[in-house]
Write a protein that binds this ligand. Structure first.
Ligand code: SF4
Length: 251
């Protein structure tokens, strides 16, 4: 595949997958990209639903997750339950030790609370750089993003070009609602993070995630001290910029 895919090519992939179910999209991705595709799971509800589907229709597709070093115990518990239930290999990626050592030494252990820039730096070190390393060499990656998850995701497409990372991004759940996700989890008895039962619709690092009140925005519990348009973690940065958060494209 060409290093850069222009819009007509993406439009063709989008058209090819437009009427497919999420499961069919996963099977299509495995068939279309093979070992050049991987599923990035955060082990949240959406990703657990995708893992369940993938175990049936594309068990050979690579799955990886980012261990930032600040995850809650409940996330490790669901990782263990998922390995046991599906027998899938979940590749665990860590940040570079030297990067974390430098950040912690120079900025302190809780620098993410100091400013938006410091928080983004922490996300860069612990998430973005490990993700970039894994995406290098791939032609496509799969995410559990949904359009209605945040103000920063309203234009999410089922298939799009990830210009920042230089590969195709496939979002099989782009048009799913939260109800769709939970219906799938319940009807298939999919293991899920226990924090979801304690008011956490969105789960990230332990110090940056809190429970939300009923009726509150589902992302209100992530980096709650920052204004909504700043709230993406930079996993899909373009040239190091938080493009979706500040304009229209990012996570
Ligand atoms: S979510 Fe918080 S702790 Fe985790 S990488 Fe981002 S700033 Fe750091």
């Amino acid at each position: 595949m060409a290093k850069c895919m222009d819009n007509p090519e993406i439009a063709a992939l989008l058209a090819e997958t437009a009427s497919m179910s999420a499961e069919d999209v996963l099977a299509w991705a495995a068939d279309r990209f093979g070992a050049k595709a991987a599923f990035a799971t955060s082990l949240g509800a959406e990703d657990q639903a995708l893992t369940d589907m993938l175990s049936r229709v594309a068990p050979g597709l690579a799955i990886f997750t980012l261990d930032t070093g600040r995850l809650p115990q409940e996330t490790y518990d669901v990782m263990a339950a998922t390995r046991e239930r599906y027998g899938l290999r979940i590749e665990v990626l860590f940040p570079q030790a030297s990067d974390v050592e430098k950040m912690m030494t120079e900025r302190g252990p809780n620098s993410f609370r100091d400013s938006v820039d410091s928080r983004k730096h922490c996300c860069l070190v612990r998430k973005v750089l490990p993700l970039r390393r894994r995406l290098a060499g791939l032609e496509a990656w799969i995410t559990g993003l949904r359009r209605e998850q945040a103000t920063t995701r309203t234009d999410l497409a089922g298939v799009e070009w990830d210009a920042g990372n230089g590969l195709v991004k496939i979002n099989p759940l782009a048009d799913w609602s939260a109800e769709d996700v939970w219906a799938h989890i319940r009807s298939n008895d999919v293991p899920y993070n226990a924090l979801h039962n304690q008011g956490y619709p969105s789960i990230g690092c332990e110090p940056c995630t809190r429970a939300v009140a009923e009726g509150e925005d589902i992302r209100a519990g992530r980096w709650w001290w920052e204004p909504p348009r700043q709230k993406e973690c930079g996993l899909h940065v373009i040239d190091g910029k938080m493009v979706r958060a500040e304009a229209s494209r990012q996570e």
